[in-house]
Design a protein around this ligand. Structure first.
Ligand code: ZN
Length: 445
């Protein structure tokens, strides 16, 4: 297929903005990027997708999310408003994940994956919890990824909060899924990591077991120092700070993803940098939970590959970028903080590197041989648009609703804003299930 009549943003490094060029997609890959006239001459009989002057660019990557949080939308919390992050866990997330059945797991993933397609997010890293249905839960999420066609890395968040037996079941579920997917070809749609909730709900015994159970060549996906309580708890349990504690069990490394890192001290940041561990930043979640902001610019200066996730917020990744751009300015009370190119460094380049690493395929760039994960954006610039000023066009001009076409692995999942899936049917079923989830949630108080 040839995608014609578009302006291409390649997100190569350095980036190129190409007018009058065209992309050829062959099976799951981008096979050629050349001037349009040449490609049409070379392939006169090829199917064409006319972009009508829209922008063609790689699909977006979300480096950390939770499908299981879908049914929190519009839900009334029980009791007084939570005063801090540990209270939010106890009043919202833990009773909510306790309420999920097998069916709820599938539909919570489906509705958020539809959200991803509609807003041009083509690769996601999910962190799943459903203590009442652990064994087999990752197969359900894998199925939702196949049913929607979105690329996903999945894991189960192991925790001791439900006792030893449930912790062991979580360990086994991670191990089972990693082993199941171990021999698939590079570039497959679904891959797996080993999920851990956070240091504050993990005993030495469970960390030890997890570190011994993980198949080689894979890594962990874990919340790190999201709130001060994680650090206090770790110091109390082990006389070590969170990153030092996890490092002791070999949980750091370039196959592992650390999430948040809001309260890292300089030594912890140095360990993350030296071990080449990925770190993800979710400013909307940090603001919502009022946990503070990590020194993200400092982490980048240390060479930490900081990526951007949504932590269960909507898959409107440009909203997450904009929040990043604005939040750090306010947090530091300095408009020079977090310039647009740093947001792009994380949201585009680091996220693409992370996806490329975890899926063993070139992802997040328009170049021959890269995965055909592409979107069309209906953005008509009202001022000159160049490689140099593109970050600010995106931060101030792009809206996620401008995404009109989403393609993953060469397969069109949405065209002219029409989804292949029946969104109304899936949302209606999710809404029916959510009432039962909310009722099970309320019974726990
Ligand atoms: Zn999270």
């Amino acid at each position: 297929m040839l995608i014609t009549n578009c302006r291409i943003i390649t997100w190569e490094n350095p980036n190129r903005v190409l007018s009058g060029w065209s992309v050829r997609v062959e099976n799951d890959l981008i096979s050629e990027v050349s001037p349009e006239r040449e490609l049409i001459q070379k392939y006169p009989a090829e199917d064409r997708l006319d972009a009508h002057g829209q922008i063609l660019m790689p699909g977006l990557v979300c480096a950390h999310t939770h499908f299981y949080g879908a049914f929190s939308r519009g839900m009334a919390l029980h009791g007084d408003a939570p005063a801090d992050f540990p209270a939010i866990l106890k009043q919202l997330w833990w009773p909510l994940d306790q309420s999920l059945t097998k069916e709820d797991i599938y539909y919570s993933a489906m509705v958020l994956l539809i959200d991803a397609i509609k807003h041009g997010t083509t690769t996601v890293f999910d962190h799943h919890a459903s203590p009442q249905y652990i064994t087999g839960s990752l197969d359900i999420i894998e199925k939702a990824l196949f049913d929607t066609g979105i690329r996903g890395n999945i894991c189960y968040e192991v925790t001791d909060r439900g006792g030893l037996e449930k912790a062991d079941e979580g360990i086994a579920e991670n191990k089972r899924m990693i082993t199941k997917l171990a021999n698939q070809p590079d570039g497959s749609l679904v891959t797996a990591s080993f999920g851990l909730h956070a240091s504050l709900t993990l005993s030495a015994q469970t960390l030890e077991k997890s570190s011994k159970s993980i198949p080689s060549g894979t890594g962990f996906h874990v919340h790190v120092a999201e709130h001060q309580s994680d650090e206090f708890d770790s110091l109390k349990k082990s006389q070590l700070r969170v990153v030092d504690r996890l490092h002791q069990y070999g949980i750091t490394g370039n196959h592992s993803i650390f999430v948040h890192g809001v309260h890292l001290d300089p030594k912890e940041a140095q360990i993350i940098s030296e071990t080449k561990t990925w770190l993800t930043h979710q400013p909307r979640s940090n603001m919502n939970n009022a946990v503070g902001m990590g020194d993200v610019e400092g982490y980048l200066r240390l060479g930490i590959p900081v990526c951007i996730g949504n932590d269960g917020f909507s898959f409107t990744m440009w909203d997450e970028w904009r929040t990043c751009y604005l939040a750090h300015k306010l947090w530091k009370r300095d408009p020079r903080s977090m310039p647009g190119d740093k947001v792009i460094q994380m949201g585009i380049y680091n996220n693409a590197r992370m996806a490329t690493h975890f899926f063993k395929a070139n992802i997040g760039v328009v170049t021959p041989g890269a995965k055909a994960d592409l979107i069309l954006v209906d953005y008509q610039p009202i001022t000159e648009l160049t490689e140099g000023n593109l970050p600010w066009h995106i931060l101030f001009g792009f809206r996620d609703s401008m995404v009109t076409m989403t393609m993953v692995n060469g397969k069109v999942l949405m065209k002219d804003r029409h989804l292949l899936l029946d969104e109304v049917k899936i949302s209606t079923e999710a809404a029916r299930l959510s009432k039962e989830v909310w009722s099970r949630y309320s019974k726990q108080f």
